[in-house]
Design a protein around this ligand. Sequence first.
Ligand code: ZN
Length: 63
Amino acid sequence: MTDPVRLRPKRPCPICSKPSQQKFHPFCSNRCAQIDLSRWLGGHYGIPAVEAEDDRQEGSDES
Ligand SMILES: [Zn+2]
């Protein structure tokens, strides 16, 4: 018998990585949903108090 792949019951919020709420799926809250929305609309979002996964390290490759 093979071990079944353990699927996660819930996906974390793509914005803040918190457990997503079914009500705001796939986000954890309406706030994160709005953040994601504005993210698509404006490209950049200036909403404080929320640290999104923004890779600031754009390759520190000094040549
Ligand atoms: Zn969230």
